[in-house]
Design a protein around this ligand. Structure first.
Ligand code: SAM
Length: 255
């Protein structure tokens, strides 16, 4: 996805990511902390940090965090939140996950959450993660990851909601990609959430008409997709299942 396209998609909705029910949720941020087990001396790189939810959650536990993103307008919101919360150990840097502006072996931890599905070249991004991690460094990855039965269907909704969505990978694909890069995968699982459709559309300011079309699409999904998504109405609102891959990996100490 071109940098310009990513910027123009995210910058107008930057503020939504500061308050997003998923991205700013304390429970969801606790998952990242559990994955990377931050230590006080750690220097952390949070790639595609957006408005810095992950970077700011890790910051109190570590020495320093660099939050990197393609979109300066997202980083500006992150910097604002850091100032409001009095968090002073985060630096914000514009850059591309596939060409990181850092020398080799600069970081103890590489975090990336809710973003690799935007990367046109995931293998290049993982090669960069490997390069900038010191030997023994940890990688924590969280990204959308529907099960095979719902994958193609959810992809259509994702792209209609956000044209910068490229591809969601399964846990098995992530495990294979990470192993091929040289990482030792220490834990890999798919986690399921109850997902409020209106929040999902709202984060991207999807128009009411487009949201209604996509809602109708979910409700008329083929039987095998419906079985996976389990759409239901609660107080008139559409809810369904949604999934993420949660992966912890390590660059071997002799890597
Ligand atoms: C959903 S937001 C990230 C959310 C954030 N990681 C969090 O935990 O709240 C996705 C971000 O990925 C960024 N992005 C997309 N492609 C990128 C790339 N190739 N390199 C760096 N950032 C990228 C977008 O600019 C956007 O800010």
């Amino acid at each position: 996805m071109s940098s310009e396209r990513v910027r123009s998609q995210f910058e107008p909705v930057a503020r939504n990511y500061v308050t997003s029910h998923f991205h700013a949720s304390a429970d969801r941020l606790a998952e990242v902390i559990e994955l990377v087990e931050p230590e006080p001396a750690d220097v952390v790189l949070d790639v595609a940090t957006g408005t810095g939810n992950t970077a700011l959650a890790l910051a109190p536990h570590v020495a320093w965090v660099l939050g990197l993103d393609l979109a300066p307008g997202m980083l500006a919101e992150g910097a604002k939140v850091a100032r409001e919360r009095g968090i002073g150990n985060v630096t914000w840097i514009v850059g591309d996950a596939a060409a990181l502006p850092f020398v080799n072996e600069s970081f103890d931890v590489y975090a990336v959450r809710a973003a690799p599905h935007h990367f046109p070249d995931v293998e290049a991004a993982l090669a960069e993660a490997w390069r900038v991690l010191r030997p023994g460094g940890r990688l924590g990855l969280v990204d959308c990851s529907p099960p095979p039965a719902a994958r193609d269907f959810v992809h259509e909704i994702e792209v209609a909601r956000d044209p910068t969505h490229v591809r969601s990978h399964t846990v098995e694909e992530w495990t294979e990609l990470l192993a091929r890069t040289g990482f030792e995968v220490e834990s890999a699982r798919r986690r399921e959430l109850e997902w409020r459709f209106a929040n999902w559309m709202g984060t991207m300011d999807v128009s009411a008409q487009r949201a209604a079309e996509l809602e109708a699409k979910v409700e008329s999904a083929p039987p095998e997709v419906r079985e996976a998504l389990a759409p239901e109405r609660r107080d008139g609102e559409l809810w369904h299942r949604y999934w993420h891959a949660l992966i912890r990996a390590r660059k071997p100490a002799d890597g």
